[in-house]
Design a protein around this ligand. Structure first.
Ligand code: AGP
Length: 609
């Protein structure tokens, strides 16, 4: 999720742009840049790395300007570098564009621009095509040129555009990615996020989808997709700056839990073509490649490891290939059986976890094909892999991983289904059924998020527990492990997860009156067994909170409380069943007054042994 800012008025644009971008640093980024109208032309300054590098480089020069746009980049296409940083320009350098989002048909546009217009691209980004498209349509009216350009674009975008020949305006467009306008006196502002503008104004226009904005220093015009001007009420921001970064949420973690429908949508939908064939981002896993693979390792740490457990289930189910899942800190020291017929899949949100990176290097040294599922473009794990499958969850700020986990699972399901279809180990009907059900995941996750109140009440009643058990069978036990990690790392409650069938082999000795047991029971073929396990622990006084599909009313007879999820295929249930567990952990930690976003002793990325 990139940061977008724009300014037009009578003050110094450069300092306002830098200041606005500083307020957006929390979103995470890998490079920063700006374009200002100065000395009769457009000046571009952009650098890989921290915003301070940009600020320091321009501090020594006079870039006095009343008009400009600025950007912090979170790379999706093209690794972090100076040339991939925004703004991007047309060939003549008289049109500059900043972009937040993904242009899904950028390759088609880029090929046309190269073949028909002989354009020499300067970057690897999707965003650069926007500047050349606007240039192609420009005939002296920037607003009209932008309308014609966006008509050719598919995907998500919030863009800001300035033009040397019209230095009295900024044109901006919103489609899916957020965009706001700040209303000033003799000046106006543009941003992707409220915190960037709070220092200058609390009066905003929230731009809606498919709307185009024309900003001058004295006038703000908002147009719909048909070019008709629309009226918009002023939105007065009452938040303080700190809560504005969380867009009104109390913590980044709960904000990121609520961002999961979008993350799942973005990770999934951009990898399905119109016939539901899976596009694996240039990853070439041919039938021959797959037939050569006789072993798959999924290696990761923490939550990413738990996503790997679901990945094993999916790959074995759909691709019929044996999979071994291991924590990276163990894999790297056990001299694993790895050779050129091994597919090694590293899973990592940050792409910088040292244990995971070390395990990857060990597998690579032994000849394995290295694939990684990563959320940070250009991170070490990504750079050292043969193939990378990016989760498009956007920056994950909270230490406790949530949206990265669900998008990692989506990536695994796509990979498993791709392998299954390529190897013909699943038939077309089952494949189509599973893809169709995957497409319902964003809405079904949203349905759960629409009922957080009930989970909050449960958390308020249960937050005093000093130990909590999570249990499940089949793929549910993998979700139980993740639910247990979420709870322990942010609430400091001693929790653990077990395969429910293991209760009788020791753990049940710990169950006593009032013990909180969370039973994940979504798998139809294992439900009767789970029911017995629930009865076993309740007979010893446990308080049982079940997670089950909404059509399963049977579970109410034996559980104290049921957190329901929408009906779905058993195979895909983990994508939904983790959501109530994330919410339960979050609200319990809040009730206990814990520092949810920055739990004690933990770091967002563990780059040490
Ligand atoms: C999960 O909530 C934790 N923050 C932690 O277990 C994390 O998943 C682990 O450190 C792996 O991080 P990575 O995904 O960035 O490699």
């Amino acid at each position: 999720m990139c940061g977008v800012v724009g300014y037009i008025g009578d003050k110094e644009a450069t300092s306002i742009l830098i200041d606005g971008l500083e307020k957006l640093e929390y979103r995470g980024y890998d490079s920063a840049g700006l374009a200002v109208f100065h000395d009769g032309g457009i000046q571009i300054r952009k650098y890989k790395g921290r915003l301070s590098i940009l600020a320091e480089n321009i501090a020594e020069e006079n870039l006095s300007s009343k008009l400009g746009i600025g950007h912090t980049r979170w790379a999706t296409h093209g690794e972090p570098s100076d040339r991939n940083a925004h703004p991007h320009t047309n060939v003549a350098g008289n049109i500059a564009v900043i972009h937040n989002g993904i242009i899904e048909n950028y390759m088609k546009i880029k090929e046309w621009l190269i073949e028909e217009k002989k354009i020499q691209f300067k970057s690897e980004t999707d965003s650069e095509v926007i500047a050349h498209l606007i240039d192609h349509f420009y005939e002296g009216d920037l607003l009209q040129a932008v309308y014609k350009a966006i008509d050719k674009m598919e995907g998500a975008y919030a863009i800001g555009v300035i033009c040397k020949d019209e230095p009295d305006k900024i044109v901006a467009v919103r489609k899916d990615s957020p965009l706001i306008v700040g209303i000033g006196e003799g000046e106006n502002f543009l941003a992707s996020d409220i915190p960037a503008l709070l220092k200058y104004t609390r009066d905003m226009y929230l731009i809606e989808n498919d709307e185009v904005v024309l900003l001058t220093k004295d006038k703000i015009s908002i147009f719909n997709a048909l070019g008709q001007e629309v009226k918009r009420d002023v939105f007065e921001v009452t938040w303080d700056a700190q809560s504005a970064e969380k867009e009104g949420y109390q913590h980044f973690m709960i904000k990121e839990i609520h961002e999961q429908p979008k993350g799942i949508h973005d990770t999934l939908m951009r990898r399905l073509d119109k016939d539901n064939n899976i596009i694996l981002d240039g990853i070439k896993l041919t039938k021959q490649d797959l037939e050569k693979i006789n072993k798959v390792y999924i290696v990761a740490c923490g939550t990413a490891y738990h996503a790997g457990l679901v990945g094993r289930f999916a790959i074995e189910k759909f691709a019929k290939v044996p999979v071994e899942v291991d924590v990276a800190s163990e894999f790297r020291y056990r001299d694993p059986f790895v050779d050129e017929n091994t597919l090694f899949i590293a899973v990592s949100q940050s792409g910088e976890t040292l244990d995971t990176l070390a395990a990857l290097r060990e597998a690579k040294r032994k000849g394995a094909r290295i694939m990684s599922i990563v959320n940070v473009v250009g991170s070490s794990v990504a750079r050292e892999s043969h193939d990378v499958f990016y989760t498009w969850a956007g920056p994950e700020i909270a230490v406790a991983s949530t949206k990265a986990y669900t998008t990692q699972m989506i990536a695994m399901y796509l990979l498993a289904l791709y392998m299954g279809r390529t190897k013909n180990t699943i038939d077309k009907a089952y494949y189509d059924q599973t893809i169709a059900e995957l497409k319902t995941m964003p809405d079904k996750v949203q349905q759960i998020l629409n009922h957080v109140g009930e989970i909050q009440q449960l958390a308020d009643a249960q937050f005093n527990n000093e130990s909590v058990f999570f249990m499940g069978r089949g793929v549910d036990v993998n979700v139980a492990h993740e639910g247990s990690l979420k709870l322990k790392e942010i609430s400091y409650i001693n929790s653990f997860a077990i395969a429910a069938g293991e209760l009788k082999h020791g753990t049940i000795a710990l169950i006593e009156d009032g013990t909180l047991v969370v039973a994940v029971a979504t798998q139809h073929h294992l439900f009767e067994k789970m029911l017995s396990n629930i009865q076993e622990v309740r007979a010893r006084g446990a308080y049982v909170v079940a997670v089950a599909k909404e059509s399963n009313k049977e579970v109410e007879k034996t559980s104290d409380i049921v957190m329901y999820i929408p009906d779905t295929m058993d195979e895909l249930a983990p994508v939904l069943s983790i959501i109530p567990l994330q919410l339960l952990s979050y609200y319990i930690a809040v009730a206990r007054g814990c520092d949810v976003d920055k739990p004690k002793n933990l770091a967002k990325s563990v780059t040490v042994e």
